[in-house]
Design a protein around this ligand. Structure first.
Ligand code: ATP
Ligand code: MG
Length: 328
């Protein structure tokens, strides 16, 4: 069975972009593959995180993965830092990665640009991500559009390693959703919705209560036209329509028929109700899971136990390929 791997950072609060771009698809494809879904805490600390908050967020995010429908009986749900092989392989891959490749990454440029001093971790981030994927020889990596460049880089790193040290890694494929691959900020439809962007009008959190969701969506930035015109869709309106379509599974024709000529205020109400309806069962399950003492910790321990041998075997193979010391 082919393997699928993907990760999410325990930064901020997971939002509808994470859900539509990634989590929803993790759930959908989990039984078609051997699935590994990872809370990438080592990625989170590329920017400073409050330690207490980070520790709490890791378990909350694990609970959210279960709440959206990841089945821990089938899929391994793990925390990156619980499996030391991630950091170990990252070093070996760092040594075959030209700095120029990393400096070209769009996310690096955006995140580094916002910092006074840029931590080396921010630059190395995609190498650690390559290690996450290659450690399990994952064939499929379902991500949002913003991570496409990093998965491509992973292929480049794997190829370079294979050509230097012999065939070692499987080439991973990116899987992008057809709708919802890039959900934009409600306050600024030119920027992707992100956990780490501050401001209460930017993102709809998966845990926002109905009245907060309504308020955020009603305030979303649109253009100055009064109603939906499919010949001239502004970025903000396009974003709202994509959110609606991704949550309801409606076809393009259906969306056109329903929303053509509708005033923005009414469009926003419809979008808000669709989001609220879709999130209600997720929120209910999330609270049930959080109230079940010790459950999340057991799921994480079980996941780590199942997949650590795969990770260790890859590190061993890479060490041998590179001539590093492995006891005979
Ligand atoms: P951060 O701001 O901390 O980077 P983030 O919102 O970008 O947070 P990540 O944890 O980096 O979230 O990404 C988790 C997954 O969600 C990835 O697969 C990523 O591609 C996807 N994703 C993130 N933002 C969006 C978005 N706005 N639309 C669609 N998919 C997204
Ligand atoms: Mg991100």
């Amino acid at each position: 069975m082919k393997r699928v791997f993907s990760g999410i950072q325990p930064t901020g609060s997971p939002h509808i972009g994470n859900y539509l771009g990634a989590l929803k698809h993790w759930v959908r494809i989990q039984y078609d593959y051997e699935s590994i879904y990872c809370i990438v805490d080592l990625h989170a600390v590329t920017l400073y995180q409050d330690p207490k908050e980070l520790r709490a967020k890791i378990e909350e995010l694990a609970a959210m993965l279960l709440a959206v429908g990841i089945d821990p009986q089938h899929s391994a749900v793990v925390v990156q830092s619980a499996i030391p092989a991630h950091a170990e392989l990252a070093w070996m891959l760092t040594c075959v990665t030209p700095v120029g490749w990393l400096e070209r990454m769009t996310q690096y440029k955006a995140k580094a640009g916002a910092q006074e001093t840029v931590g080396d971790g921010l630059l190395q981030y995609p190498v650690l991500m390559a290690a996450d994927i290659l450690l399990y020889n994952a064939a499929i990596v379902p991500v949002g559009e913003d991570q496409r460049q990093h998965v491509e880089l992973t292929r480049d790193i794997a190829q370079r390693f294979n050509s230097l040290y012999g065939e070692t890694f499987v080439m991973p494929e990116t899987h992008l959703p057809s709708v919802g691959a890039r959900v934009m900020g409600l306050d600024d439809p030119e920027k992707k919705m992100s956990k780490s962007v501050p401001g209460s009008g930017h993102a709809v959190s998966l845990l926002d209560p109905p009245e907060v969701i309504r308020k955020k969506i009603l305030r979303a930035t649109t253009d100055s036209s009064p109603a939906v015109d499919f010949e001239q869709l502004g970025a903000g309106v396009q974003n709202l329509l994509a959110i609606y379509q991704a949550f309801t599974g409606s076809s393009d024709a259906d969306v056109r028929a329903q929303f053509s000529g509708l005033r923005y205020g009414d469009l926003k109400k419809r979008v808000a109700e669709a989001v609220i309806t879709a999130l209600e069962p997720v929120q209910k399950r999330f609270h049930e899971i959080m109230n079940e003492r010790g459950y999340v910790a057991r799921v994480l321990a079980d996941g780590a136990e199942r997949i650590t041998p795969i990770a260790d075997a890859t590190v061993e193979a890479v060490k041998k390929a590179m001539g590093l010391y492995t006891p005979a």
